[in-house]
Design a protein around this ligand. Structure first.
Ligand code: AGP
Length: 625
C-alpha cells in the first residue's frame, strides 16, 4: 500500500524531478506514512534522501541538505511490511556500488532465499527489507550484462530480475548512468503511467500526477515500463513490446485519493481481497508448511501453551472471536476472548503457559496497551496481531504477526477485520503444526483453502447491487437484528456494530440459539432481521438449526434477510431476501459473510447523507482508556 512516484524529464540544469516527486508523495501519503524517501539522477550520479516518520521529516531533511532537481527521480512513502519504520528501512534502497536506486510497493515472497543466496556471495545488507535484495539483483544483472546503464540495459535488467521474484510488487528503478530514465515493473500491485508534455510520470495511483496530467496508461500484470521525457515503452517480461491501454482520468484530486470511490471505506472494502492475499503471502513454504518469521516466541514455549486469551476491542475483538472457533478446532487449546477494557479488571488467570493474543489495527488502542502490560506483568507471553508496524502494542509485545492490509483510513474497520481473521488462522495453523495437532498435509490443505478466499471475497464485493437496493429499502428502520451461530455469531456482532457506528441505527447481534431466551420479544412485524446461514454442508445440524431460528422470527413478522451460500435452496422457504455468497469451508465463511453486512451499513449511512469515513463521536484509534 506504499505511495510510489516516478518522474522522467529533460536532462538540464532546471530539471524538476524532485519537485514533481515530492508533490506526488504529498498526495499519496495516505497510502503509507511511516517513512519516506527520494532518489534523483544528476550529472554526478544518484543522490538520495530518506527519513523515518511522516513526509514532513523528509522535506525538512531536504531543506537542510538540498538535492538537485534531477532529470529522473523516484519517491516513496512507506507502509512497512518487512522491517520497522526506520531511516535504514525507508526507501529508496541503493545497490552497493551506488549505481541503482529502487523503490517498491508489495511483498517479495521469496526474498529470504534470495537474500541468503546474495549473502553467500558476500552481499552486505543495510536494511531488514525485502526490497534491498532487489536493488542488489538489479546492479548485479547490469554489471553481468557488461553495460553501463542506459534505458535499454536498465529495462532488460528489470525484466530478468522480475522473473526471479515471487509475490506482489511495484518496482521503480533509476540508474546513475541513465539520466532522464525511470524503469518500472508491476505484478499484483498497482502502477499507472501519466503522460505529460516533455515529461512523463509513474505512480501507484493517479493521485501521484493528477495535478499535471489526466492522460494515463494502464499497465498489465508482469509488464515493464520505461519512461523518458518524450517516450513511454512497455514490454512483457520476455521483452516483447506491449500496447498499453490509454485512458483519461475523470477524477478530481480528492476522488483520486479514494481511487474513484465515494468513500475510503468503499475503497477499503474493495481492497479486501488484496488485503487477505497479502496477509497470507510469504507465510508458508513450498510444501505448504507454515513459516511465520515474525513469531519470535520459542517453539518450546508455544508447545507448552495450555490456554490462549485473545484480547482486543470492537471489530478486532470480533475477529478474535471468529478465530476462537478455528484455533480451538485445530489446536485443541482453550481460547478465551476478552474485551481489552474488561480484561485486567476480571483478574484473569494468567500463567507462563498462557499465550495472550492482542489484536489491533492501529496498534495504539490504549485499552489494549494496558491489557498487554498487565499480561506481561503476570508472566504471560503476548503476541500482537497488528496492521501498523512500529506502533505501541507490537513494540510492547513478545512477538508480532503483521497483517498486510495497508493503511485503513475509514474509521469503520473492514479490510483490517478480514486480514486479522486471516492472520489468526495463520497463527492457529502454525501452532497446530508445531504442536502436532495437524499433519503437514492437513495444514497445506487448509492454507490452500485460505489462499482461495480472496477470490470468493471479490465475488461478494462485485455483487453489491442487491445489498445497495436493500439498504435504500431499509434506510428508515428504527432497529435491525443480526443472528448467527458458531462462526456466524461474531459476524452477527460485527454486522450490528457496522450499522450502529455508520448509520446510527440501534442494531444488535445475537447468537441465533439465544433468541428464544428473551430477545425474540423484540421481533414484531417489519423488523429487519439478518440471518447468517451456515453452509448446508456443515455439521451438527448447524444449518437446520439456524433455518429454524429464521422461521421463528419470520413467523412473528420479521423481514428476514439471509446471507447464504450459493446453491442453498432450503433457505428460500425461510427468508424474504437471500444475499448469496460463494461456498467456502465452514471456518472460512466469516471472511465472505461479513462483506454484505459491511456494504449494507455503508449504503444505509450514505442514503442517510452521513459521513461514512468519519462517523460522529468516533475516532480511528481510541488512544484513551
Ligand atoms: C471498528 O469499525 C471500530 N472502528 C472500532 O471498533 C475498532 O475496531 C476498535 O476501536 C479497535 O481498534 P484497533 O483495531 O485499532 O485496536
Amino acid at each position: 500500500m506504499c505511495g510510489i512516484v516516478g518522474y522522467a524529464g529533460p536532462d538540464r540544469e532546471s530539471s524538476r524531478g524532485l519537485e514533481v516527486v515530492l508533490e506526488g508523495l504529498a498526495r499519496l501519503e495516505y497510502r503509507g506514512y511511516d517513512s519516506a524517501g527520494v532518489a534523483v539522477v544528476t550529472g554526478g550520479g544518484i543522490a538520495t534522501q530518506k527519513r523515518a516518520g511522516r513526509l514532513s521529516r523528509l522535506t525538512s531533511a531536504l531543506q537542510e541538505r538540498p538535492l538537485p532537481g534531477g532529470s529522473a527521480a523516484v519517491g516513496h512513502t512507506r507502509w512497512a511490511t518487512h522491517g520497522g519504520p526506520t531511516d535504514a528501512n525507508a526507501h529508496p534502497h541503493v545497490s552497493p556500488d551506488g549505481s541503482v536506486a529502487l523503490i517498491h510497493n508489495g511483498i517479495i515472497e521469496n526474498y529470504a532465499a534470495l537474500r541468503a543466496e546474495l549473502g553467500e556471495g558476500g552481499a552486505v545488507f543495510l536494511s531488514e527489507t525485502d526490497t534491498e535484495v532487489v536493488a542488489h539483483l538489479l546492479a548485479a544483472e547490469i554489471s553481468t550484462a557488461g553495460s553501463r546503464g542506459g534505458a535499454q540495459a536498465l529495462a532488460a535488467a528489470m525484466r530478468a530480475v522480475c522473473q526471479r521474484l515471487e509475490g506482489s510488487f511495484t518496482l521503480l528503478v533509476v540508474h546513475a548512468d541513465a539520466p532522464g530514465v525511470v524503469v518500472g515493473a508491476r505484478r499484483n500491485s498497482p502502477l499507472v503511467v501519466g503522460l505529460g508534455d516533455g515529461e512523463n510520470y509513474l505512480g501507484s495511483d493517479v493521485s501521484a500526477f493528477i495535478s499535471r496530467t489526466k492522460r494515463a496508461l494502464e499497465l498489465g500484470q508482469d509488464q515493464v515500463v520505461t519512461i523518458t521525457a518524450d517516450e513511454v515503452g512497455v514490454t512483457d517480461l520476455d521483452g516483447a513490446a506491449v500496447d498499453a491501454t490509454p485512458y483519461t482520468v475523470d477524477w478530481d484530486a480528492d476522488a483520486a485519493e479514494k481511487g474513484g470511490f465515494p468513500w475510503f471505506m468503499a475503497k477499503e472494502i474493495h481492497e479486501q481481497p488484496r488485503a487477505v492475499a497479502d496477509t497470507l503471502l510469504g507465510r508458508s513454504d513450498a510444501s505448504g508448511a507454515m513459516t511465520l518469521d515474525e513469531m519470535h516466541v520459542d517453539p518450546s514455549v508455544l508447545r507448552a501453551i495450555d490456554k490462549i486469551i485473545v484480547v482486543a476491542c470492537g471489530t478486532a475483538a470480533f475477529a478474535g472471536h471468529v478465530a476462537k472457533y478455528a484455533i480451538e478446532h485445530w489446536c485443541r487449546v482453550p481460547v478465551e476472548v476478552d474485551l481489552a477494557h474488561e480484561f485486567r479488571y476480571r483478574d484473569p488467570v494468567l500463567t507462563h503457559r498462557t499465550l495472550v493474543v492482542a489484536i489491533s489495527q492501529s496498534g495504539e488502542t490504549m485499552d489494549l496497551v494496558m491489557a498487554v502490560r498487565h499480561a506481561r506483568e503476570q508472566g504471560s507471553k503476548v503476541l500482537a496481531i497488528c496492521n501498523t508496524r512500529g506502533s505501541t502494542i507490537p513494540r510492547e509485545s513478545d512477538a508480532a504477526l503483521y497483517t498486510h492490509a495497508g493503511p485503513e483510513i475509514a474509521v469503520a474497520s473492514t479490510k483490517a477485520f478480514l486480514s486479522q481473521v486471516a492472520a489468526c488462522y495463520l497463527l492457529g495453523l502454525y501452532l497446530a503444526q508445531l504442536r502436532g495437532n495437524l499433519f503437514p498435509d492437513e495444514v497445506a490443505t487448509l492454507v490452500a483453502q485460505l489462499r482461495d478466499v480472496p477470490d470468493a471475497v471479490q465475488t461478494v464485493v462485485d455483487a453489491a447491487d442487491e445489498v445497495r437496493e436493500l439498504a435504500r429499502e431499509l434506510v428508515d428502520s428504527p432497529t435491525v437484528l443480526f443472528l448467527g451461530r458458531h462462526v456466524g455469531y461474531p459476524v452477527a456482532l460485527e454486522g450490528a456494530l457496522k450499522l450502529k457506528e455508520l448509520a446510527y441505527i440501534h442494531a444488535e447481534g445475537f447468537a441465533a440459539g439465544e433468541l428464544k431466551h428473551g430477545p425474540i420479544a423484540l421481533v414484531e412485524p417489519g423488523v429487519p432481521v439478518f440471518v447468517i446461514v451456515p453452509s448446508p454442508r456443515g455439521r451438527d445440524q448447524l444449518h437446520a438449526k439456524v433455518l429454524s431460528n429464521a422461521a421463528e422470527v419470520r413467523a412473528r413478522g420479521a423481514r428476514t434477510i439471509a446471507i447464504a451460500e450459493v446453491g442453498d435452496d432450503a433457505v428460500l422457504d425461510h427468508a424474504d431476501v437471500v444475499i448469496r455468497v460463494p461456498a467456502v469451508p465452514t471456518l472460512m465463511a466469516p471472511l465472505v459473510t461479513v462483506v454484505p453486512l459491511q456494504i449494507f451499513a455503508m449504503e444505509v449511512a450514505t442514503a442517510k447523507g452521513y459521513d461514512v469515513d468519519q462517523p460522529r463521536n468516533l475516532a480511528k484509534s481510541v488512544t484513551v482508556e
